[in-house]
Design a protein around this ligand. Structure first.
Ligand code: SF4
Ligand code: SF4
Ligand code: SF4
Ligand code: FES
Length: 952
């Protein structure tokens, strides 16, 4: 492996040294000054001297087991291990003496005598620390021979689809065990046995797949030998160059190094200095990238005039001409507002910006929306109203300074795993945890983690919960009076205080609503208000409700009331679902907002865009996604450009969405696969994966990071290039040569982005907006001295029960969520080995509810709501509370959204996915909808296969 790929390893982590005290010592005759608390090993490395090592690595705390890093220190007896010895003022260290050389050789001899000497054919050849150390120590012979007791015949564990465990190569350095504990926080590995018998094992001597392992790969990366090795490396060999890019799955936005051989990815390695992830990744980002080269990729544009027609493969020119002519025809016949577009939160900022520009400037209307509509639109609304900016307030790293962590309606270990690892690290260090969730998520109790409070509320009662938490804080005198007096609007605060203080908002009064014992709510409120730095993290369990926006405002109220905004360790932190959901909102993909969250009715702002874009813009907001469906059914909305979103699978009430699709005359889908929406499309434009384009994503911390092209677009164009060509055909010229020019335009027109450029991203690695003259390198923490809106605004949060009521007919509440190994509609992860963990969606049900209905584990159950019916296999589990059932929605045939209703958030129309009244009963066969789905799927696949089989 060439040098550029290997990140330098300084042996031990930097010291936690808030006082910035320094120490000067002498290493091999050179004076060296380092931060107090630094290890001798790291001090030497910082000054350019690499001390041999095996059990130490700078991502893990030192362990001191291999004895290879011995040094001599004047005035000390023996040979201390440099990895576990901290520097001291005036210390004199020697790292290279003949005695040390002899000792190190002796250590290496022992290792090598129990190691298969198959270096030439070993997958780690060229990237093996044991091999390197044999070279560094000058090992030339093994005096003990290779015939004694050894572990060379131990069997390989190949159970994990992505890596192997070859115990015969293990040197028992413990790095994997520590990585699993310290970096990942899963504690799946142990060293069993003692002395010569000691071996690494997963779980209780199980295979990796049977154990608690979540396949994050941290152990694989930490392993200095080929014991733990990626199967892709075993198959392809070592990479020869790398390109740093950003994960395209969740809103954590991990920085990843794509290690490449030519244009083929050999493996993904989390970037060591990536600020969102600091060298960690999860099973999706690290391993689940095979979808990018999956055989199902759509590689040729296709058109058809009716969805019952076979697809016809055509050239890009023909497909784009056809799409443009259809949009023009529809507008001529039905009016300018009869078409619209959908921006993808999976695509880059630059691509999203172009789609909204195309809609506003080329279509000439504001009918543009994004999938954030169905996830975090209430976050945008609620935080803008209270704090003044539609975004989270902190960096992920800030959680390291939190004393009390409140997690509401989020399941970070599954949804945001790399952030969950950070959070768990802080909890293991002593931070307290409050979980507010209807389901017993892993964070409630897992190895070395236990929540102080789990407020297991009924779905749909979040507002009652946040108001009763606030009631305790107000009535028990726990308010941050000074913060409120200095930073918040008096009048709004007084009104809010009087409101929450009402007896009707007390935990006792709300107990019958939330189902949570009042004493627990009181305890949690006291802990949050008095426990030090309090940080709130929330997810779709907050937003996807009829009162989603109200809960977001209630969360902001709680943070202001306790003074927990404007410094590290605190804040209001929405955990964004998709990789670029923050970015797609920032760049103007909502129908009422131009880039930077500025209302289309604001004449000054509109004039700026009109001048820059050379067109007149509409001053009225356009249609939201659900309104597009309504308008399609009314006959006034006939054409849609849908880039990288699968609305048929992901939007609620599938039958309703399908009727709307069928009512349109031209649906243009741009995607990497023929997804559920594409089955209703008339033009299918091949999309490009994140590996095939340049651009940027913005994660949940407002961090803008580069996406870099590692291979040419498989179908010829990156997504932004396709939008450019479509716009040109519609008569609105776009002339971008590179996404950096699009970012330059965003920066020119958006005050919060004015300091952003690709050159600066190159220099800084990533930038958290706002980035402008006032904050040229970005803004890690927002609202420091004052809120963006000036004074923080408390808003009254009156609990209004949802219309979705349980009845005798529908006595259970269904709520939904994600699982670690799969991602949203599953289009990508279902096309990877991740299906080995989760090959179908299951219905989780409490044993009591299951028994009442005669339901056994694994049995097929029908789930019926007012909207529809589907069938899944049951998973009987005490994770659920009685009366509540749960499922994931990663497989289209599950039809989770066949049963969700059209109820939505009052302010933003975000669907109420988390509350659907259902009945559940044992059944023998799939639902009618599923049978029709299977038939339609077969039909559409046949129409696609017929087209792709045609000679070019
Ligand atoms: S892959 Fe991750 S979870 Fe599994 S054993 Fe390794 S470090 Fe632990
Ligand atoms: S598997 Fe690798 S990291 Fe773990 S103890 Fe063995 S050699 Fe060390
Ligand atoms: S945590 Fe999210 S961003 Fe990071 S690797 Fe996993 S899926 Fe990708
Ligand atoms: S590297 Fe220091 S004891 Fe192993």
């Amino acid at each position: 492996m060439i040098e550029t790929i290997i990140a330098r390893d300084l042996g031990t982590p930097p010291p936690l040294n808030p006082n910035m005290e320094f120490v000067t010592l002498t290493i091999d005759g050179e004076r060296v000054t380092v931060a107090a608390g630094t290890s001798v090993m790291r001090a030497a490395a910082e000054s350019g001297t690499n001390i041999p090592k095996l059990c130490a690595t700078d991502s893990l705390e030192p362990f001191g087991s291999c004895r290879l890093c011995l040094v001599e220190i004047e005035g000390r007896r023996g040979y201390p291990a440099s990895c576990t010895t901290p520097v001291e003022e005036g210390m004199v260290v020697r790292t290279q003496t003949s005695k040390l050389q002899e000792l190190r050789k002796g250590v290496m001899e022992l290792y090598i005598s129990d190691h298969p000497l198959d270096c030439l054919t070993c997958p780690a050849n060229g990237n093996c620390e044991l091999q390197d150390m044999a070279g560094v120590t000058g090992l030339r012979e093994v005096r003990y021979g290779y015939e004694g007791a050894n572990h060379l015949k131990l069997k390989k564990d190949e159970s994990n689809p992505y890596f192997t465990f070859d115990s015969s190569k293990c040197i028992v350095c413990n790095r994997c065990v520590r990585a699993c504990e310290e970096t990942q926080g899963t504690f799946a590995l142990t060293i069993s046995g003692r002395g010569f018998e000691s071996r690494v094992s997963a779980g209780q001597s199980e295979s990796f797949m049977e154990s608690e392992c979540v396949s994050c790969g941290a152990c694989v990366e930490a392993c200095p030998t080929a014991t733990l090795q990626e199967k892709s490396v075993i198959w392809m060999g070592q990479a020869e160059h790398k390109v740093t890019t950003t994960c395209a799955y969740c809103g954590v936005g991990c920085s990843l190094d794509a290690e490449m051989k030519g244009s083929e990815v050999v493996r993904m390695v989390p970037t060591k200095n990536g600020k969102a992830n600091e060298g960690h990744a999860c099973v999706k980002g690290r391993f689940a990238w095979g979808y990018a080269t999956h055989k199902d990729r759509i590689l040729k544009p296709m058109i058809r005039s009716k969805i019952t027609d076979p697809w016809k493969e055509v050239s890009w020119d023909e497909a784009l001409d056809y799409a443009a002519s259809e949009f023009k025809r529809i507008q001529a016949k039905y009016g300018q507002d009869s078409i619209g577009g959908i921006v993808s939160s999976r695509c880059t900022n630059e691509e999203g910006y172009l789609v909204q520009k195309l809609v506003r400037a080329a279509f000439g209307n504001n009918n543009v929306d994004t999938c954030a509509r169905v996830c975090h639109s209430p976050t945008g609304y609620g935080l803008k109203q209270t704090l003044g900016e539609s975004a989270g307030t902190q960096t992920f790293a800030s959680v390291a300074k939190s004393d009390v962590i409140m997690v509401i309606g989020a399941n970070p270990t599954d949804g945001h795993p790399v952030f969950a690892s950070r959070m768990k690290r802080r909890i293991r260090q002593g931070a307290k945890l409050i979980v507010i969730d209807p389901r017993r998520i892993d964070l409630v109790k897992s190895p070395h983690i236990r929540s102080q409070y789990h407020l297991q509320l009924r779905p749909g009662t979040n507002v009652a919960m946040v108001s009763s938490l606030a009631h305790v804080i107000v009535t028990e005198g726990l308010l941050a009076e000074q913060f409120i007096a200095e930073r918040c609007d008096d009048r709004a605060f007084n009104q809010w205080r009087d409101f929450v203080a009402q007896e009707s908002n007390s935990p006792e009064a709300m107990e019958s609503v939330t189902g949570v014992p009042a004493e627990q709510v009181r305890g949690a409120a006291r802990l949050f208000a008095t426990g030090g730095n309090g940080a709130i993290f929330y997810g779709l369990g907050v937003t996807e409700h009829a009162q989603g926006s109200t809960t977001v405002m209630g969360i902001a109220n709680l943070a202001m009331a306790t003074g927990n905004v404007g410094r590290e360790g605190v804040g209001v932190n929405p955990l964004r679902g998709q990789n670029n959901v923050q970015g797609s909102c920032d760049i103007g993909s909502f129908p009422h907002e131009l880039p930077g969250y500025r209302h289309v009715s604001d004449t000054t702002v509109r004039m700026q865009f009109e001048a820059a874009w050379g067109v007149e813009l509409q001053a009225e907001p356009g249609l939201r996604i659900p309104n597009m469906f309504e308008a399609a059914l009314d006959g006034s909305f006939k054409g849609l450009y849908c880039q990288g979103e699968d609305i048929v699978q992901s939007d609620p009430n599938t039958q309703h969405v399908i009727s709307a699709m069928e009512a349109m005359e031209c649906i243009v889908v741009q995607d990497i696969f023929l997804n559920e929406t594409a089955k209703y499309a008339h033009v299918l434009l091949p999309g490009s994966s994140f590996l095939e384009k340049d651009g940027t994503f913005t994660n949940a911390e407002r961090r803008i990071s580069r996406v870099r092209k590692v291979m040419a677009p498989k179908a010829g164009y990156a997504d932004w290039e396709v939008t450019v060509q479509l716009s040109n055909r519609l008569g609105y010229p776009m002339n971008y040569k590179h996404p950096s020019e699009i970012m330059d335009e965003i920066a020119r027109l958006t005050p919060t982005f004015s300091g952003v450029s690709y050159a600066k991203l190159e220099k800084l690695g990533s930038i958290q907006w706002p980035c402008n003259d006032a904050a040229p390198e970005g803004t890690p923490t927002m609202h420091i001295d004052h809120f963006v809106r000036g004074k923080g605004r408390f808003i009254i949060t009156q609990y209004v029960p949802t219309d979705e009521k349980v009845t005798r007919m529908y006595p259970l509440i269904l709520t939904t969520g994600r699982i670690l190994s799969q991602y949203n509609v599953g289009a990508q992860t279902r096309r990877t080995e991740n299906v080995k963990w989760h090959a179908e969606d299951r219905l989780e049900i409490h044993p009591h509810d299951a028994e009442e209905r005669g339901i056994k584990d694994d049995q097929w159950v029908g789930i019926q709501s007012r909207a529809g019916e589907t069938v899944l296999r049951a998973l009987v589990t005490e994770r659920m509370q009685p009366g509540v059932v749960y499922t994931t929605f990663h497989f289209p045939e599950s039809g989770a959204n066949v049963i969700t209703t059209e109820n939505s958030d009052w302010a933003t129309n975000c669907p109420e996915y988390k509350v659907t009244a259902v009945q559940v009963m044992p059944v023998q066969q799939q639902s009618d909808w599923q049978q029709e789905f299977a038939r339609f799927h077969e039909e559409q696949m046949a129409l696609k296969d017929a087209a792709t089989a045609q000679p070019a």
